[in-house]
Ligand binder design. Structure first.
Ligand code: ADP
Ligand code: MG
Length: 625
């Protein structure tokens, strides 16, 4: 005999928190609960299809896979059932009593941090099954795992407060049936037109047919009506799909509430056969900077769902791309491990990278405004590209955006193409500077000669920039040149005469000699420069040495680096230098030279090792008549 044993369990505390939120928040878009339930049923059917590849007996002679919806107005109930994989008792406890997904935990955390955006976040995270409690007083689930020899199923019941009940029951058909006892004020969800409308909006293109029970007044009978298209959108002909359908599909796939910026849908035949549907979102996923961020492409093989979030098909620097891949070449029984070491995967990855980069390129040409939205949101991610993907470096470089002296604001909107096309006739190199911030780049003394000669310089101040520039060697045959490094190419472009020591007064030459002696091996060299107009002196890195920004990156990563030695360049035309030149008191002269070096160091590095010493030295000199 079957035991009718009732067991009572407590929800995990995170679930309680989530449920409390669901029930008490004023989320206006409650209809999404139906989207979540349909999506779970569809997932359960996809799982069954997948598992039955190796275990056909899971079908139990019923391969007519479907989701059914019915209502009972007298009892205020809405019933959604599927003949998918179902759940065992253990499954229900694990899946419907706890939150295993790191995503939902993160969701709760971000809720705490941004309370005022609560409603927006509920939509964004797609909080799944628990959303039923937004509209229900009580929920009961009857479920049985597929392929079991007996009819033993489970009944799961809860009012969404602290606990849920589990009872053993008999269930003839495999799969899951969920009954919602709707709150009085949510009776609209009993109306056929309302349900059809929601399914149409969110679930038209899931691959499983959804049927709704209807009553035929004339014949006084019930019948089932199919209410979705049940055709995988990506298998349809591009020309038969509207923009709206693409957008809705995207939102269902990603739970993102914003429209995508652009998409690329391809049916590919020939050596490789696959369909890809790739989207560029408008907003970065909340975990885009997490090392273990979960988003990847949804993978199908010959229309059969295989897995979510496969990371194997796109490199890291394109991790913002969402969408799906349906391959005809991969085997159905593929696992993540096999996927990782597979020549087909490699080829698909290459192809998808090309498709993604082309999609971005098209956007950058066809819709500059949207491209700017993309760049502001994902530029930092794309900047990882040059280091990660040497093969496509020219294409990636073409997608990068910068600000520059001439741009006159911090928005990164200048392409390298544009920079090159505006270069001086005789200019051979693409000049750039890296610094900690836009302002510090923009005001760097290194720029003085460029400003004076009207030569544009790219101003880079994102943390990743220095690292990226290590990999970007040239663009359209023009080499990149950091202007804080020693380089003579600028001399050809300027009206300034080269410094000729013969034309410099003996006093200045003595000044240079004395300075060299005082600074000794604190610097690599001391010399005069014509590069400065406003500033008395500046530090340059030797062309073979690491730049200041690079050194900062290394030390931020905890790596020890040899002390940087700079070339100390002095502007002999500067009034301060002319003044110091005539100081006879050796001690004071000494102090001045040290102060000058510290100034230049401060400007180059943004900080000093011993700022107090610098300040007291400066104060001392200020007090001198
Ligand atoms: P998610 O779908 O993102 O995993 P949900 O909260 O929507 O999160 O669902 C939690 C889990 O409950 C699912 O992962 C699945 O294991 C299980 N589940 C929910 N609905 C069904 C169903 N109709 N059939 C089988 N399992 C289900
Ligand atoms: Mg779900």
């Amino acid at each position: 005999m079957h035991k009718q044993k009732k067991e009572i369990y407590n929800f995990q505390s995170e679930v309680k928190q989530l449920l409390h939120l669901m029930i008490h928040s004023l989320y206006s878009n409650k209809e999404i609960f139906l989207r979540e339930l349909i999506s779970n049923s569809s997932d359960a059917i996809d799982k069954l299809r997948f598992e039955s590849i190796s275990l056909p007996e899971l079908y139990e002679n019923d391969s007519d896979l479907k989701i059914q919806i019915s209502v009972n107005k007298a009892q205020n109930t809405l019933i959604i059932s599927d003949n998918g994989i179902g759940m065992s008792k253990k499954d229900t406890i694990e899946n419907l009593g706890t939150i295993a997904k790191s995503g939902t935990k993160a969701f709760l955390k971000s809720l705490e941090q941004q309370k005022n955006k609560k409603n927006e976040l509920i939509g964004e995270f797609g909080v799944g099954f628990y959303s039923v409690f937004m509209v229900s007083d009580h929920v009961s689930i009857r479920t049985r795992f597929a392929g079991t020899q007996s009819d033993e199923g489970v009944l799961w019941e809860s009012s969404g407060e602290g606990e849920y009940k589990i009872t053993n029951i008999i269930k003839k058909n495999r799969g899951t049936e969920i009954t919602l006892f709707l709150k009085k004020e949510e009776a609209e969800f009993l109306e056929t037109w309302r349900i059809k409308n929601i399914i149409n909006k969110y679930s038209d293109h899931i691959t499983v047919p959804v049927y709704m029970q209807n009553y035929d007044e004339k014949n006084k009978t019930y019948f089932w009506e199919k209410i979705n298209q049940a055709k995988a959108l990506w298998t349809l002909n591009k020309s038969s799909i509207t923009d709206e359908e693409y957008k809705t599909f995207y939102k269902n796939l990603t739970h993102d509430q914003h429209d995508p910026l652009v998409w690329s849908h391809n049916h590919v035949e020939g050596k490789q056969e696959y369909i890809s549907l790739l989207y560029v979102p408008q907003k970065a996923a909340w975990d885009i900077w997490n090392r273990d961020n979960k988003n990847g492409l949804k993978l199908y093989v010959k229309r059969v769902y295989i897995m979510d979030n496969s990371h194997e098909f796109l490199p890291n620097y394109l991790r913002f791309i969402r969408g799906l891949l349906d391959s005809n070449d991969l085997p159905l029984n593929i696992s993540r491990e096999i996927l990782q070491n597979n020549s087909i995967t490699e080829k698909l990855k290459k192809a998808l990278v090309k498709k993604s980069l082309n999609m971005l390129d098209r956007l950058s040409v066809n819709n500059v405004e949207k491209y700017q939205v993309f760049w502001n949101e994902f530029g930092l991610v794309l900047k990882e590209g040059p280091a990660e993907d040497h093969e496509n470096i020219e294409k990636i470089a073409n997608l990068l955006r910068f600000t520059s002296i001439k741009n006159n604001n911090s928005e990164q909107n200048i392409s390298l193409k544009k920079y090159v096309s505006n270069m001086h006739e005789k200019q051979e190199k693409i000049y750039y500077i890296t610094a900690d911030s836009y302002l510090s780049a923009k005001n760097s003394p290194h720029l003085e000669i460029f400003k004076k000669n009207n030569i544009d310089v790219l101003l880079l101040s994102d943390r990743i920039d220095e690292w990226m520039m290590n990999y970007l060697v040239e663009f359209q045959g023009k080499k990149f040149q950091s202007i804080s490094k020693e380089d003579i190419s600028i001399n050809k472009l300027t009206k300034e005469k080269k410094i000729n020591n013969n034309e410099i007064s003996q006093d200045m030459i003595n000044f240079l000699k004395k300075t060299k002696t005082i600074l000794g091996n604190k610097v690599k060299d001391v010399r005069f420069t014509n590069r400065l107009t406003e500033t008395p002196c500046v530090l340059l890195s030797d062309s073979s040495e690491m730049t200041t920004q690079m050194a900062k990156l290394f030390s931020a990563a905890g790596q020890s680096i040899p002390e940087l030695k700079y070339i100390f360049e002095i502007n002999p035309e500067h009034l301060l230098i002319k003044k110091i030149c005539f100081i006879n008191d050796e001690k004071i002269f000494n102090e001045w030279i040290t102060l000058l070096l510290d100034q230049a160091l401060l400007s180059e590095k943004g900080h000093l090792d011993n700022p107090h010493e610098f300040i007291s030295r400066m104060n001392k000199l200020l007090l001198k008549k």
